[in-house]
Each structure stands twice: as C-alpha cells, then as structure tokens.
Design a binder for this molecule. Structure first.
Ligand code: TRP
Length: 318
C-alpha cells in the first residue's frame, strides 16, 4: 500500500491557460508528482457554471487534459481524470449543502464578485465552494496545490470538514493549501495580476510570433532605468543573479530587455508546445488515460462514500 501523502487538485476548463496559471499552480502538480500520490482532475462540473454549450465544454475539457500532459504530468505517476467521471462528489456536495448556511457561503469572494457582475447568478455558482470541498475531502487529501485565488476555497473546505466531523464524528481529514508564496501573484503585461479578465496574459502554449508580439507590447514606465513589468515576468524564468547582471548591462535599453524576455519565454514554452502537439495526435491514448484514471478514482471514492452515507444515516444497499 502506498504510504505517500495524497495530493488533490484540478483546473477548471474555461479558456486558454496562461503562464500565471502555470507558475501559480500547475507547475506544482508536476514538481510534486513524485513525492505525493497525486490525483489531478479536469474540473468540468465546475465549468458548467459558466459554459453551457456541449461542444465548447467537450473541447475545453480536452484542452485541459492535453495541457496537463504537455506540462509534464505523467499518467504513470499521477492519476488524471475528469471530475464528472467521479459523480460521487455531487452527492457529497449535497450533503455538505445541508450543513452549510447561506450567510456563510455568501461571504465567499468568488460569489461576491460574480454577484456584483451579474445578479442572475446561478445556484451552482453559489454552491461552487461546496463541490470543491467535496472534490478535496472525498479523497482525504493532505495537500491541495492551488493559486492564491483559490485560498478561500480551501479554507471553506476545511471549515466544511470540521462542521461535518462535529456533527457526525471524525470522518474527513483537514486538507492544507499549498500556495507558492513567491509567485502567489504572477504579474501580467500591464503590471497588474495576470488574469484573463484583465486581458494581460501570456498564453502558456503561445506560438513564437504571439510571444514576440505580447512581450513587445508590455506596458513600461519609461521614467525608470528598469522596465519593471518586464523584470517581474522575467523573474519567473531566471534567477535574480542572472537578471541583475542582464538588466545592469542593458540599463535603459527597454527593447533589448524585452527581446531577451521574449527569447527566454520562447525557449521555455517551445518544448511544452511541442509535447502538446504530440499528445494531440494520440486521442485514443488520452482517452485510455482518462478511462483508467476515472475507474481508479471511482473505486477509491466509492468506499469512502459508503462510510459517509452510513454516518449520516443513509443506509447503503449494495
Ligand atoms: N476552482 C478551481 C479553479 O478555478 C478548480 C477546482 C475545482 C479545484 N475543484 C478543485 C482545485 C479542488 C483544487 C481542488 O481552477
């Protein structure tokens, strides 16, 4: 039996990933796959809250699994699967919903933001944190690597585990968030946090020309000797020592420094982009990975859910 600690995480399939998603969260999946028993899923049920189009949903989910494989997740090491292939999580989120008050969930940042933008917010957007809690708790996860933006969701998962344990006895392990503090906020091309909603991203699988164009378009403050926004993004790819030298030698030469960043980005992105293409050409193999991953996870989660049903008084009939 494996004695490794359990790692669980997922990415919601909506739109192209950018280097902020990669450095803020996804890179950790790869770095940690040797030392943790990793279960990484495509959060397609969560995506349903904003995508209600069959083709778009299928395509976006497929994109995320290709992204996982391209960044170096190894299906021999980590279990990769679709969230919807382990439907037990929806059952568990229903149980959690019965223990959670509306005022509590109304304090969630994501809900408040969504509500500020759209009053006609759907019920699943409101329940989003509870499905996420179920994703995590059903595995008795030890760690959950996520970006800074998901921190509150992990806190909600912990609160939910405590609430459940208090009501029904010790059942769920309290998970910890793994947030890389030094890259907690990856800067975008305008210096704000890199985010799709700000339109300041560098796509993770961008083509060379797109990288050139995006980097040359980085907004710089021409009053200083260093283009700060260029430097901040560059820090993701090189040590401070290397950068100090490069930026010192090219003081005031914004164009040269941008070109250096574009080169580094191209060299960094190219191998992943090529790996993604290779996987794209092998759809049957990707399907096999997902089938095996889903089967494995359903088995693991099944026993846990029988236990959960029993402790809440829902007698299970095999
Ligand atoms: N909410 C996460 C995101 O927006 C995706 C997600 C769903 C997740 N369930 C999770 C992440 C469980 C970690 C653990 O990307």
């Amino acid at each position: 039996m494996s004695t490794r600690k359990i790692l669980v995480s997922g990415v919601k399939p909506t739109g192209r990933p950018h280097i902020g998603n990669y450095f803020g969260a996804m890179k950790q999946f790869v770095d940690l796959q040797e030392s943790y028993e990793s279960r990484i899923f495509v959060a397609n049920l969560h995506a349903l809250t904003s995508v209600q189009d069959k083709n778009e949903m299928e395509q976006s989910a497929r994109d995320v699994i290709l992204d996982y494989l391209a960044i170096g997740l190894d299906p021999e090491k980590a279990t990769l699967y679709y969230q919807s292939d382990v439907p037990h999580v929806t059952e568990l989120s229903w149980i959690f919903g019965s223990l959670t008050t509306m005022p509590y969930l109304m304090r969630a940042h994501a809900f408040k933001d969504a509500e500020a933008k759209n009053k006609e917010i759907n019920v699943s957007t409101f329940n989003y944190p509870l499905l996420m809690a179920a994703d995590i708790l059903v595995h008795d996860a030890d760690v959950v690597p996520v970006g800074q933006d998901q921190k509150q969701h992990i806190e909600i998962a912990r609160d939910t585990a405590e609430k459940f344990n208090r009501a029904f006895g010790e059942t769920f392990k309290l998970p910890g968030a793994l947030i890389l503090e030094q890259v907690a906020v990856v800067p975008g091309t305008d210096g704000q946090k890199m985010s799709k909603s700000y339109g300041n991203t560098i796509p993770l699988f961008a083509a060379d020309e797109e990288i050139d164009k995006t980097v040359m378009g980085i907004v710089t403050d021409s009053s200083g000797e260093y283009p700060e926004n260029v430097f901040k993004i560059h820090q993701l790819l090189r040590t401070n020592e290397e950068l100090d030298k490069l930026y010192e030698e090219n003081k005031g030469k914004y164009k040269v420094l941008k070109e250096a960043l574009a080169e580094d980005l191209k060299n960094f992105i190219r191998p992943m982009r090529e790996k993604r293409k290779k996987w794209e050409a092998k759809p049957e193999e990707v399907e096999r990975i997902l089938t095996e991953g889903g089967q494995r996870m359903r088995k693991v989660v099944h026993d846990k859910m029988i236990f959960v049903r029993e402790v809440v008084g829902l007698i299970h009939h095999e």
